[in-house]
Design a protein around this ligand. Structure first.
Ligand code: ADP
Ligand code: ZN
Length: 289
């Protein structure tokens, strides 16, 4: 069975054709420009590929409420050309196949839940730390939407007393995305994140912020497993720093066997940076069922 996958990101669109086992058979990437330029290119890619369904994991915020008139729209994004754009409707009209739709991070959580680190685990969250910070939540066999969908990359944090950096989020001076995303690292330290690899203080501060967010998610969602992905998490030195800060901040209050085995509780993404696109394949598959 051939299934289409579209990982719609703020800077690029990843397009792929895969099968029901999550194997990726073909893949392409195009820049995200305006819908007028980019959507015809998406249609062009998929139109002769014989896909039975398409799954879209999109940047957002997006409307996921099937009862809403704006279902399938990108809503209040800072990418102005895409505000209120009916991405599901426009693509479905052209391709005439069922289209599954969720946020980009929920898709990645679904990829990890179907084929990766959260497979066989009752619940888990996937946190991406890249251009933005986002959290996908998988609970009771489903992705969590709620009123809109979690926007947990914007949880508010306590600032490090010595950090005077103003943050990069236009909405919140103290949110996790504003203080800990890739662009925030680069603006604070005035260098590409990857070039800061051997600067211990950079990653200690990064872990200080990520651990606060993670502690909030442990306390509110009680996930059985936490997976961290995205470009910034390629700095593997972050994992021990985050784990130890999480233990410090929880201060013994939450006691479970999973948490006691923290090396297997807070883990890196396991699908070679394909968790998002594989999750989109699963979204397509679920739309057919
Ligand atoms: P996106 O979030 O746009 O999908 P990524 O997850 O690749 O893309 O995140 C991009 C961000 O991650 C950039 O800010 C980049 O500097 C940072 N980044 C990418 N690779 C690394 C690395 N090896 N170490 C630290 N930061 C990285
Ligand atoms: Zn914010």
């Amino acid at each position: 069975m051939l299934l289409g996958a579209l990982e719609a990101g703020g800077t690029k669109m990843v397009l792929a054709v895969g099968n029901e086992n999550g194997e990726i058979l073909d893949r392409a990437s195009i820049p995200t420009e305006t819908p007028e330029i980019t959507v015809p290119r998406i249609i062009e890619y998929f139109k002769d590929k014989n896909i039975e369904a398409l799954g879209i994991g999109s940047f957002g915020p997006v409307d996921l409420d099937k009862a809403s008139k704006a279902y399938g729209h990108i809503t209040s994004t800072p990418k102005l050309a895409w505000v209120d754009y009916d991405i599901v409707g426009e693509i479905k009209k052209e391709l005439q196949v069922p289209v599954g739709f969720d946020t980009d991070v929920n898709a990645a959580a679904l990829g990890e839940a179907t084929w990766g680190s959260i497979k066989g685990v009752p619940s888990g969250i996937y946190i991406t730390v890249g251009t933005g910070v986002g959290v996908g939540v998988y609970m009771n066999g489903q992705l969590l939407h709620g009123m809109l969908h979690p926007e947990a990359g914007h949880v508010l944090l306590s600032r490090h007393p010595e950090d005077n950096f103003e943050g990069v989020c236009p909405y919140h001076p103290n949110c996790m995305e504003g203080l800990a995303s890739g662009p925030s690292i680069e603006k604070r330290w005035n260098q590409k994140a990857i070039a800061l690899a051997d600067r211990k203080e950079v990653w200690e501060l990064e872990a200080y912020y990520l651990a606060q967010g993670i502690v909030n998610y442990i306390l509110t969602l009680s996930p059985h497993k936490i997976v961290l992905g995205g470009g910034v998490m390629h700095q593997e030195q972050l994992f021990p720093l985050i784990r130890s800060q999480v233990i410090t901040l929880l201060n013994g209050y939450v006691k479970t066997a999973r948490l006691a085995d923290i090396d297997n509780y807070i883990v890196p993404a396991s699908l070679n940076d394909n968790q998002g696109i594989m999750g989109c394949i699963q979204l397509a598959k679920m739309e057919l069922q």
